[in-house]
Design a protein around this ligand. Structure first.
Ligand SMILES: Cc1cc2nc3c(=O)[nH]c(=O)nc-3n(C[C@H](O)[C@H](O)[C@H](O)COP(=O)(O)O)c2cc1C
Length: 332
């Protein structure tokens, strides 16, 4: 396998990509993951209809900075016409790729017929993809799906074939059904069956959190790229770890002090990119701070304190205290 995969004409390193995550993978998050090696990033999902009615959040959600490239903008919607119109609007933000969300399980989205509801209507999914492909011109369109609607309707391969025949340039598959939401284990065998069914690149997704699980995803499914969501929480380093392992290079995980410095860098970025004041931006930063402290001695108590942070200087103090506690237990 070559080191580079092409999605349409867009070259993407065949290491690991960051999954779209509404409310988590905002620009600060994507930049941190890019800095630590993410091969490709995707925006939070954006409503196609919302954009057409000039949703005020469009610019915030759709801005693509050069440091994030290659980057996709993800749209969700249930009507081909709105999808086509939305694609034309987001093209102004010059995304490298346009991705269509056909996997979101949340009732607010599914009840409009969008997200994973499209897994139940393959023909409509195909028309939406075709409309987006036509509107996108030479910008590649990808589709992100789940394994199926429920365990009795596993139809990812059929969905992927429909996406391919509508002109999609790649398909990302999360190996869970809509009914599972995020529980249970992802069934990666479905990703393998999608790979066998289509000629376009297949992006494997679900439960990858380190180099071992990533390599397993590549090996067991034959997928062309791996996509990581929750495994990057407080752990943008996972992308470097994977890239190093795939090159056969040694990888030294960051020390606790380095990790805390990266956490503080992430918080500074959240504050500087926010249009809100520091205190309000800290509300956004709290969950990220808590994730960086996961898995250490006394983490639970510190994570609770993260949820009370209201300034950057408090975060610095908490990080120092956290490092001192770990050192007292011989953890560096
Ligand atoms: C908080 C959160 C937000 C998400 N938002 C989106 C989204 O906007 N669009 C999308 O296609 N998937 C979304 N997902 C699903 C992820 O992209 C991914 O498919 C899923 O988390 C499984 O991958 P993982 O096990 O690596 O996390 C979201 C997942 C989480 C946990």
């Amino acid at each position: 396998m070559t080191d580079t995969l092409y999605i349409g004409k867009v070259p993407v390193r065949r290491t690991a990509a960051l999954a779209p995550m509404a409310g988590v993978a905002d620009r600060a998050y994507r930049l941190m993951c890019k800095k630590y090696g993410a091969a490709y990033v995707v925006s939070e999902m954006v409503s196609a209809k919302g954009i057409c009615y000039s949703d005020r959040k469009t610019a915030e959600l759709c801005t693509v900075t050069d440091e994030e490239r290659p980057m996709g903008i993800q749209l969700f919607g249930s009507e081909p016409d709105f999808m086509a119109e939305a694609v034309k609007i987001v093209l102004e933000y010059r995304p490298d790729i346009i991705d269509i969300n056909m996997g979101c399980p949340v009732p607010k989205v599914v009840n409009t017929g969008a997200g994973s509801a499209l897994m139940k209507d393959v023909r409509l999914a195909e028309s939406i993809t075709a409309a987006a492909v036509k509107a996108a011109g030479d910008v590649p369109v990808t589709v992100k799906i789940r394994s199926g609607w429920n365990s009795g309707q596993i139809n990812a391969a059929e969905m992927a074939k429909a996406a391919e025949s509508a002109g999609a340039a790649a398909v990302a598959v999360h190996g869970r059904t809509r009914d599972q939401f995020y529980s249970g284990e992802a069934d990666i065998s479905v990703i393998g069956s999608v790979k066998e069914a289509v000629g376009i690149p297949v992006i494997g997704n679900g439960d990858v959190s380190d180099a071992d699980s990533c390599i397993r995803m590549y090996r067991e499914t034959g997928c062309d790229l791996v996509m990581i969501g929750r495994g990057s929480y407080g752990n943008p380093f996972v992308f470097d770890e994977i890239a190093a392992r795939l090159r056969g290079a040694d990888y030294a995980p960051p020390s606790l002090e380095e990790k805390m410095n990266v956490m503080l860098e992430h918080i500074r970025l959240i504050i500087s990119l926010s249009e809100k004041n520091e205190e309000m931006a800290m509300h956004e930063a709290r969950k990220h701070a808590a994730w960086y402290m996961n898995g250490y001695y006394g983490s639970a108590k510190f994570r609770g304190r993260c949820y009370q942070l209201s300034s950057y200087s408090e975060a610095v103090g908490l990080a120092e205290e956290f490092i001192a506690l770990q050192r007292s237990r011989g953890i560096e």
